[in-house]
Write a protein that binds this ligand. Structure first.
Ligand code: PAF
Length: 276
């Protein structure tokens, strides 16, 4: 496995590769990331994984400084599954000057996560586009855990005519249903037990919609109350149309219920696709 920090060296290293699959990460790898890498390896011999904690997607009060950085462990995991290339640039390499060119995103970036983390998707889309330009992969794998991110990257690739196939990786869950996330490690033992409620709540909505319930507003409201009673601060629990990611209407059949809520200072997100 080759670990590369520079852009010129990376381009030189990849220049004769017939096919490249790319998995962008911010490191602190867990089984969720490893399953995305597995998806990439199924499709391409040469997998490039990037590790870069992207300042552009953190708000000033968020956890950029204390975001877990575990580079050595990450490299051990990647080498064990025969990833060929790790791209691990530092900030000076990706932002040699202030990043003044930033993407302007469509309204879908201002709802859900975008409403509670203004500028988040602009930061994500800008870094993803930079990484795409540097690596020029044939395909890139993004997890459904970050459903809105996956949607926005897909739209970006479509609308900007970027010749990269976007592959969606399924969410990996702990036994009790909690979606794996680097931020789960911020939870103490009591919070960790409670954390499964987010998944359970989304699951109940899914079951009720499949059983024929069309009163989405009531389902969302009841779910929020339930979580609040269990000590959560809820940003949103919301049922959306899967292809537009806009709020669902009664006629929609392909849905996704998305949720974001805080246990103390730890913010968790999750979602479940629903076909009704
Ligand atoms: O999903 C993530 O880990 C990040 O948003 C990404 C895609 C690596 C961009 O920094």
């Amino acid at each position: 496995m080759k670990i590369i920090t520079g852009i010129t060296e990376l381009r030189h290293h990849l220049r004769d590769e017939p096919q490249i699959a790319f998995v962008p990460t911010m490191g602190n790898l867990h089984e969720g990331h490893m399953s995305l890498i597995h998806e990439a390896k199924k499709r391409c011999n040469h997998v490039v994984v990037s590790i870069f904690v992207n300042r552009l997607q953190f708000l000033p009060h968020e956890d950029f400084d204390c975001y877990p950085r575990t580079f050595e462990d990450d490299c051990r995991l990647l080498s064990a599954v025969n990833v060929k290339t790790v791209f691990a640039p530092n900030e000076k390499i990706l932002f040699p000057t202030t990043q003044e060119f930033l993407l302007a995103l469509p309204p879908v970036a201002d709802i859900l996560e975008g409403k509670f983390r203004p500028g988040f998707f602009r930061g994500v889309a800008t870094i993803v586009l930079k990484l795409f330009n540097i690596i020029q992969p044939d395909l890139a794998v993004f997890g459904k855990k970050d459903y809105q991110q996956l949607h926005i990257v897909r739209e970006m690739v479509k609308q900007l005519n970027i010749p990269i196939e976007i592959v969606a990786g399924e969410t990996v869950r702990a036994e009790d249903g909690l979606a794996l996330s680097s931020r789960n490690q911020y939870l103490d033992a009591t919070q960790r037990l409670e954390a499964r409620q987010l998944y359970q709540t989304l699951l109940q909505i899914k079951q009720k919609v499949i059983a024929g319930c069309k009163d989405f507003k009531a389902l969302e409201g009841n779910a929020i109350n339930h979580l609040v009673q269990h000590g959560w601060k809820v940003d949103y629990i919301s049922i959306h149309n899967r292809s537009s990611l806009m709020p669902a209407s009664e006629q929609d059949r392909n849905l996704v219920v998305l949720g974001a809520a805080r246990l103390n200072s730890t913010r968790l997100i999750d979602n479940l696709e629903i076909t009704s």
